[in-house]
Design a protein around this ligand. Structure first.
Ligand SMILES: Nc1ncnc2c1ncn2[C@@H]1O[C@H](COP(=O)(O)OP(=O)(O)OP(=O)(O)O)[C@@H](O)[C@H]1O
Ligand SMILES: [Mg+2]
Length: 368
């Protein structure tokens, strides 16, 4: 390793990933370091393209390397390879992370959060699937603007997801005759969930988001038992009654040992036309209190905005139609937090975050 190379790596070793609490050299993020004269190029390979501190890390890398004597130009290329949650038995081998979106109570905005979260993740470049597991009241087809039709069937009776707004989408609604409710109980329920999980050609996905029906009933339990969930997100509204229900939702996942990624407080505040003030029309800070009680993160607060509901009704979720609106930004921030929590959990569960580079580097250093 040349002297300049060593100086660059030392400088980068002072850049910390604030979520993983380690420096980016030890984390194995630095790849393809190339030095030509005073011109330095390297990749920073993150654990998710949705990393909320991506731009902060890029700037810090640039500034620190530029400050080194002999460096004239720095070109930092931010890339990402999403890590998989490790499971003893991979049910869906091509799917790296499965995230359930749940609530204790109906109508709090799970499906709206699921669609916008999935799209926000895919807008960062991740490969994302969306599974509508609300077999009693599937609303994803309408929110995604997908007409209800039978899915294409491939080999071994596996069916293909619909593709829309950059996502692969499967809904219980595609498996029934239009407008007909599904009448399912006990074992049949397990069967349809199994079908959802194993008979769909998902292909390779970084994230599969599952929109659950409300409450803590059979579907939720079956899913938490059959699907290797990487984590769950619990949606609540700020009102007290909704929070009591959310409390039940959180406890259900704790009992079945599914990691809780955190809480989303939906319909948190209202921003009226003509003023930027956040009006907390319901109780304020409920989601935060709930998150603190369970010692889990508050992943995001989504405003109550008519455009969110209109976008859902029109089949183009707001993060797609208006990504820079307050609502669009709230969902993008939420996606960053969800992805970051998955990465943190993986790092904490002893997942090998490739430390090869660090090893190679320290061995070389010792040899010198
Ligand atoms: N932040 C928001 N601002 C305005 N409207 C919203 C917001 N979030 C959700 N809505 C609207 O509230 C209604 C309920 O939302 P949604 O269907 O996502 O809830 P849900 O929890 O999935 O309901 P269910 O329990 O019936 O499945 C929808 O009409 C949706 O468009
Ligand atoms: Mg719903």
């Amino acid at each position: 390793m040349s002297e300049l190379q060593e100086k660059i790596m030392s400088a980068l070793k002072t850049v910390q990933d604030p979520d993983l609490h380690k420096d980016i050299v030890s984390l194995g993020f630095i790849k393809n370091l190339n030095i030509e004269g005073g011109s330095v190029k390297f990749d920073v390979e993150l654990t998710t393209p949705a990393c909320p501190v991506k731009e902060q890390l890029r700037t810090e890398c640039e500034t620190k390397v530029k400050a080194i004597d002999g460096v004239e130009q720095v070109d930092v290329n931010m890339t990402a390879v999403v890590r998989s949650t490790e499971h003893a038995q991979p049910v869906l081998p091509g799917v790296k992370n499965i995230v359930a979106v749940a609530s204790g109570k109906g109508g709090v905005g799970k499906s709206t959060v699921s669609t916008n979260l999935a799209i926000a993740l895919s807008l960062t470049g991740a490969r994302v699937g969306l599974m509508d597991a609300d077999i009693y009241g599937p609303s994803i087809p309408q929110m995604m603007g997908i007409p209800i039709s039978s899915p294409k069937v491939g080999s071994e009776n596996k069916f293909f997801p619909h593709e829309k707004h950059g996502l692969k989408v499967v809904s219980a609604a595609f498996l029934t005759k239009q407008g007909q409710p599904l009448m399912l109980r006990g074992p049949m329920l397990g069967g349809i969930i199994q079908q959802f999980l194993q008979n769909v050609e998902w292909g390779e996905l970084d994230y599969l988001i599952i929109d659950l029906p409300p409450g803590t009933g059979d579907v939720q339990l079956t899913l938490t038992q059959k699907a290797p969930l990487s984590g769950a997100v619990v949606v609540t509204t700020p009102q007290e009654v909704s929070l009591i229900d959310a409390d039940k939702g959180v406890k259900m996942f704790q009992q079945v040992k599914v990691p809780l990624l955190g809480i989303v407080e939906n319909m948190s505040y209202f921003v009226c036309d003509g003023c930027d003030k956040k009006h907390h029309i319901f109780r304020q800070g409920g989601g935060k209190t709930l998150a603190e009680n369970f010692k889990i993160p508050l992943l995001g607060e989504v405003p109550i905005i008519p455009a969110i509901a209109e976008a859902g009704d029109n089949g183009i979720p707001v993060v797609m139609s208006d990504p820079e609106s307050p609502a669009g930004k709230a969902y993008k921030e939420l996606a960053g937090q969800v992805a970051a929590q998955l990465s943190i959990n993986q790092a904490n569960s002893g997942e090998k975050v490739s430390a090869d580079f660090e090893l190679a580097w320290s061995t070389e250093k010792e040899a010198n």
